[in-house]
Design a protein around this ligand. Structure first.
Ligand code: SAH
Length: 254
């Protein structure tokens, strides 16, 4: 049985932790949490006196070193990552090291900040006849982005777009998107600290996005969302799923 669990700890609100994630935290002996984004309140589900490490200041080797030592002592480790670990979670390199050490682990998914941001905006990312595609991307930072995935080239699709890790570079983001093909009036939003108590939402047009974000001083813990889905309430065609005349497996008689 795995003793190491990578857990998607959600976007911030501790109630957005999954029941499975919470149950593992409740029986963990060692907790390592990404304190840059994970709400420390999720650690309140842990037993008294458990070993808790904050990972923001640790190196990859230090993190996996803590895990390896704990496993040798027969301990259960909960590694808490923000949102869902599969999105910019830097989980791959941790798993590789554990694979090499022959340590088994399980991954428990979580609510990505993308979905908390969509909830904050009360919007659907995939609105029929507006966009059926979501592009999850980022601007190049210390981590490079392949040239074939430049924001400018992705913009040509005019799909619903979620841009992580890039709010401090919002001017470049907006410039590339405009250059790439989104019209200046395309709706654009920034959601700061989605699902936290101090969550803030800015809804504007792409041409004004950089100025609004700069004025508010939002630099991190924020997602940029761009696309017509943001202004589609009441304008879109309803999904076929609930259409009266559309019969399917779960509603054979309409
Ligand atoms: N795995 C995480 C993303 C980690 S990368 C997830 O699924 O959400 C870190 C980036 O995620 C931040 O730079 C920011 O763009 C975004 N982010 C994380 N938490 C957020 C939140 N509560 N609100 C808005 N954006 C958030």
């Amino acid at each position: 049985m795995a003793q190491v669990y990578f857990i998607g700890a959600g976007p911030g609100d501790p109630e957005l932790l999954t029941i499975k994630g919470k149950r593992i935290i409740e029986r963990a002996d060692v907790i390592i949490y990404a304190d840059s984004l994970v709400n420390p309140e999720v650690c309140a589900f842990a037993r008294d006196g458990v070993e808790i490490h904050r990972s923001a200041s640790l190196s990859l080797e230090e993190i996996t070193g803590i895990i390896e030592k704990a496993v040798k002592r027969g301990k259960v480790v909960a590694r808490l990552q923000s949102g869902d670990p599969a999105i910019y979670g830097a989980i791959q390199e941790q798993m590789t090291i554990l694979d090499e050490a022959g340590i088994e682990y399980e991954v428990v998914p979580g609510v990505s900040s993308l979905f908390a941001a969509a909830a904050a905006l009360k919007t659907e990312l995939t609105v029929p006849e507006i966009s059926q595609t979501v592009i999850i991307t980022r601007l190049e930072g210390r981590t490079p982005v392949p040239a074939s995935e430049s924001l400018k080239s992705l913009a040509a699709h005019r799909a619903s777009m979620a841009i992580f890790l890039s709010t401090s570079l919002v001017e470049s983001v907006a410039a590339e998107l405009l250059e790439g093909g989104y019209p200046p009036k395309t709706p654009a939003a920034v959601v700061y600290k989605a699902s936290w108590e101090d969550e803030a939402v800015v809804l504007t047009e792409l041409k004004s996005l950089a100025e609004r974000v700069k004025t508010l001083g939002i630099k991190k813990q924020a997602l940029i969302l761009v696309g017509d889905f943001l202004a589609s309430k009441g304008k879109s065609a309803p999904s076929r799923l609930y259409a009266k005349e559309y019969r399917h497996e779960f509603r054979p008689s309409g």
